[in-house]
Write a protein that binds this ligand. Structure first.
Ligand code: WQD
Length: 354
C-alpha cells in the first residue's frame, strides 16, 4: 500500500471473544493480520484466555468487559473505534438444557444482544456482520447430509429458537439497510483446542456438551460419562453428530471476513454450513478418545436426553467452494487436543473455582 492509498483498516470487533470459539477466532484473525478488539461480559469465560491469545499471537487485543445485551454499554467502544470494518457476533447463552429451564434469559440475552449490535452497525456505519449460527436450526433433518437449503425446523429448545429468530432478524434488517451485509455460519459441533494448549473450552460447572464431559471424566473429575440413549436408529444406537475442530471453525471466520471486506459476497446475506461433512456416534467418539489417549473411559448407557436429535452431519460443498475453506484436522488429533487442553488447564487454572 503506498502513502496515498486510503488506509483501509482491518479492524474487527469480536463479541464473546473470550469464549471458546471467539478466542480461537481472535487468534486466527490476528495471525492473519487483522486488528482485533474483544468485548465480553465474562459470564461464561475466564480473562486468563486473553493471556492465552497474547501468548500465541504475541499481541494482546484491546478488551472491553461489557454486556452486549445492554445498549448503553456499547457506546464507548464505537466512539473509541470509528474504523471497525466488521463485527463477529458470538456473545450469547448456549446451553440447550438451561434454555428450556430459563427461556426468558435466553430470549433477552441472545436477541437483545443481536438487536443492539445491529442498531450499533447502523448508527456507526459498520458494514459487515458475521453471525454465529448453528446446525440446530435444522432440527432433525429428513435428508442427510444437510445443505444450506434444507428446511429450517421448528426449534427443539429456546436456545435453538434464538438462532432461528436471529437469522430472521438479520435478514429483515438487511432488507431495509442496503449498506449492511452479513454471513451466517451454521456450526455443527465445535470441539478440541488450540495445539499450543494456551486456549480451549472452559465450561463453568457441570459440562452440557459431550467432549468436555469426556475429558473431565478421563481426568477423574467426573466418575463416569452418561451416554444418553443407545436406542436410536443409528448403526450402534447412539446419536450421530458432525464434530468439527475449533481451529478449523475459527479459520472459516477468517475466510468469511475476507469475503465481506473484499466485497466478494454474491448476496447481502449468505449462509454456510461449517462442519466436516462426516458423522460420528457417541460410542465412536468414546472409542476414538480411548485409542488416542490410551485411557479407558468409564461410561454408562442411560435414557435419552430431552431435545436431542438422532443424527446430523453437514454437506459442506458451498463452504468448500465459495469460502475456499475445508475442515482439515482429523478427529483423532482433535480429541487429543481436547485431552491435552484438559490436562494443561487443570494445571494452570486449578486455583480458579471453575
Ligand atoms: C452431543 C451428543 C448427546 C453429553 C448442542 C447445540 C449446538 C452446540 C453444541 C453450542 C448428543 C451426547 C452429551 C453427555 C452424551 N451449541 N451426550 N452425554 O446437543 O449435539 O449440540 O451443543 O455451541 O448448537 O445444539 O451437543 O455435545 O451436548 O451432545 O451422551 O454427557 O453427545 O446426547 O448425542 P449437541 P452435545
Amino acid at each position: 500500500m503506498n502513502d496515498f492509498s486510503p488506509h483501509v483498516s482491518k479492524k474487527i470487533l469480536i463479541t464473546g471473544g473470550i469464549g471458546f470459539i471467539g478466542s480461537h477466532t481472535a487468534t486466527e484473525l490476528i495471525n492473519s493480520g487483522y486488528e482485533v478488539i474483544i468485548v465480553d461480559n465474562l459470564s461464561n469465560s475466564d480473562i486468563k484466555i486473553l493471556d492465552g491469545i497474547e501468548k500465541i499471537t504475541k499481541i494482546r487485543p484491546q478488551f472491553y468487559k461489557k454486556d452486549v445485551s445492554e445498549i448503553n454499554q456499547l457506546e464507548t467502544i464505537f466512539k473509541e473505534h470509528s474504523d471497525i470494518q466488521a463485527i463477529i457476533h458470538f456473545a450469547a447463552s448456549k446451553a440447550v438444557g438451561e434454555s428450556v429451564e430459563q427461556p426468558l434469559k435466553y430470549y433477552q440475552n441472545n436477541l437483545m444482544g443481536l438487536i443492539n449490535i445491529l442498531n450499533s452497525m447502523i448508527t456507526y456505519k459498520i458494514p459487515n456482520l458475521i453471525f454465529s449460527s448453528s446446525c440446530t436450526v435444522y432440527g432433525q433433518p429428513k435428508k442427510l447430509p444437510v445443505t444450506e437449503n434444507s428446511p429450517i425446523a421448528k426449534a427443539e429448545s429456546p436456545y435453538g429458537n434464538t438462532k432461528i429468530i436471529s437469522e430472521e432478524i438479520i435478514a429483515d434488517t438487511i432488507k431495509t439497510n442496503k449498506n449492511l451485509k452479513a454471513i451466517a455460519l451454521r456450526y455443527f459441533n465445535p470441539i478440541g483446542a488450540h495445539p499450543s494448549v494456551e486456549i480451549g473450552e472452559l465450561p463453568i460447572g457441570i459440562p452440557n456438551n459431550l467432549i468436555p464431559f469426556v475429558t473431565q471424566t478421563a481426568f477423574g473429575i467426573r466418575t463416569e460419562l452418561k451416554v444418553f440413549g443407545n436406542d436410536y436408529n443409528t448403526p450402534d444406537g447412539t446419536p450421530i453428530r458432525d464434530y468439527i475442530n475449533v481451529v478449523d471453525l475459527a479459520k472459516a471466520h477468517v475466510k468469511a471476513a475476507e469475503r465481506l471486506l473484499e466485497n466478494s459476497n454474491s448476496d447481502n446475506l449468505e449462509f454456510f454450513n461449517i462442519g466436516t461433512g462426516k458423522g460420528n456416534s457417541v460410542l465412536e467418539i468414546i472409542k476414538t478418545f480411548e485409542e488416542v489417549t490410551n485411557i479407558k473411559l468409564p461410561y454408562q448407557i442411560v435414557g435419552r436426553r430431552a431435545g436431542d436429535i438422532e443424527k446430523i452431519w453437514a454437506e459442506t460443498t458451498k463452504a468448500n467452494e465459495t469460502l475456499n475453506w475445508k475442515a482439515e484436522i482429523s478427529l483423532e488429533k482433535t480429541l487429543l487436543s481436547a485431552w491435552e487442553w484438559e490436562k494443561n488447564f487443570r494445571k494452570n487454572f486449578e486455583n480458579d473455582n471453575i
